[in-house]
Design a protein around this ligand. Structure first.
Ligand SMILES: Cc1cc2nc3c(=O)[nH]c(=O)nc-3n(C[C@H](O)[C@H](O)[C@H](O)COP(=O)(O)O)c2cc1C
Ligand SMILES: C=C(O[C@@H]1CC(C(=O)O)=C[C@@H](OP(=O)(O)O)[C@H]1O)C(=O)O
Length: 388
């Protein structure tokens, strides 16, 4: 399985193609739209989300709510394009009259300057339009399709927020996906520690007033994955490495850890390794999950736990120092509309890219042309593993 996305932030639409997805999967299209809506939300978002109402359009690969096994083709309209149609017009020539809202003052922390250098763009809008996280809407749509398949294979996944700026909202860190879901739907920060809501709202409000921005930490939990997805046999078959790459492929991510990653580096081996256990009823298990469900690049049957560290949003309303690429004079960086923090939508994006990567690995491991055959193989495999 693989996927591709295309489209600029203020262009007419986002386009996505997902190929190699099994046939016969019944999809709930409303669930895709719910995920898209959730990605648009979260405290600290900018005004763009008041314009957009992301809705998935299916233009290939699905018939009567079921996947056909052919490439699934998707689009999401950019409603804001109505204000940018002339600026983003693919057909009109690049004349001074048509090159409106040219960007020449690159923003520190964004792709603007290096993207311009590499691709030879003198109008940095050609860079920012695609480097924008608008594209993550399509990854969430594709991730939602993958999540629905995982759910039909009894695998559950959830991403949520554990830290915004320096404020931690750890709560009791449940491993049960349902418990996490129940708590995070009650607030607009996607945190499980409801006592922190007021403090974090205040932090975001003050940050916005100061023209500044915030990042944070996201936690993703996946339960009921069979042991043995991924492989220790070669570096590029390790599934933990593939998950880390998928996380780092999301805009603004600067760190990833599997399980307690950087925390366990400080501890003794005796405090960290997850002891092996077996009993007749439940088969194999571990007495803890410090290693986040991975040993030797393979799932070990315990919940997979992934952390992602997001940097603060790079566009600041109190603009940072930059240099104009037209005259090399020091000037303030370009500022357009921007989020104060996007940690909440990013948690849904991270959950989505992990879901995509897990489905890829499942389809690498089992024959996945058809959902019924795939389900049967996974059931047989789970049984074989439990009897080891
Ligand atoms: C959901 C989401 C929303 C984002 N919103 C903004 C934004 O409003 N303004 C901004 O400057 N960056 C935003 N970013 C981050 C930039 O897209 C990102 O920092 C930039 O493309 C540079 O890439 P890098 O941070 O991965 O190096 C957002 C990221 C995500 C995941
Ligand atoms: C459009 C989205 O996020 C955008 C991501 C983004 C960036 O630089 O990454 C910059 C902003 O773009 P605009 O200037 O159009 O408001 C965000 O709104 C979205 O998430 O749907």
């Amino acid at each position: 399985m693989n996927f591709l996305t295309a489209g600029e932030s203020h262009g007419s639409q986002l386009t996505g193609i997902l190929e190699g997805f099994p046939a016969g999967v019944v999809l709930d299209i409303e669930k895709i739209n719910q995920q898209l809506k959730a990605r648009q939300g979260g405290y600290g978002r900018g005004n763009r989300q008041k314009i957009e109402h992301d809705m998935i359009q299916i233009v290939g690969g699905i018939r009567h709510q079921k996947t056909l096994g052919s490439p699934i083709a998707l689009t999401i309209k950019n409603i804001d394009n109505s204000h940018w149609a002339k600026i983003m017009d693919p057909l009109s020539a690049e004349t001074p009259q048509n090159t409106l809202r040219k960007v020449t003052r690159p923003r520190p922390g964004h792709a603007d300057l290096v993207g311009g250098m590499k691709y030879g763009h003198r109008d940095l809008r050609n860079v920012l339009e695609r480097s924008s996280a608008r594209e993550t809407a399509m990854r969430v749509a594709i991730g939602s399709i993958c999540k629905q398949l995982l759910s039909q294979l009894d695998i559950n996944i959830i991403g949520y927020v554990e830290q915004i700026g320096s404020v931690k909202a750890l709560g009791d860190r449940p491993l049960n996906v349902k418990d996490i879901e129940d708590k995070i739907v009650q607030n607009d920060l996607r945190i499980i520690d409801n006592e922190k809501i007021d403090e974090i709202h205040k932090l975001i409000d003050e940050t916005k007033i100061n023209g500044n921005t915030l990042g944070g930490i996201i936690r993703v939990v996946v339960t009921n994955l069979p042991a043995g997805l991924g492989s220790y046999t070669s570096w590029n078959t390790k599934l933990d490495a593939k998950l880390a790459a998928a996380v780092m492929g999301v805009n603004a991510m600067k760190g990833v850890s599997i399980g307690d990653g950087f925390e366990i580096a400080k501890q003794y081996g005796s405090q960290v390794m997850d002891s092996i256990d077996w009993n007749k009823e439940d088969g194999w298990s571990r007495t803890s999950d410090n290693l986040g469900g991975f040993e030797g690049g393979m799932t070990n049957g315990m919940p997979v736990v992934v952390f992602a560290a997001m940097k603060p949003i790079p566009t600041l309303y109190k603009a940072l120092q930059s240099v104009n690429i037209d005259n090399h004079l020091q000037q303030k960086a370009n500022v357009e509309r921007s989020d104060t923090t996007a940690i909440v939508p990013a948690s849904i994006v991270i959950e989505s890219v992990i879901a995509i990567e897990l489905v890829k690995e499942i389809l690498n491991t089992f024959e996945g042309s058809n959902i019924t055959r795939l389900k049967k193989q996974i059931e047989d495999y789970r049984k074989e593993i439990s009897e080891f």
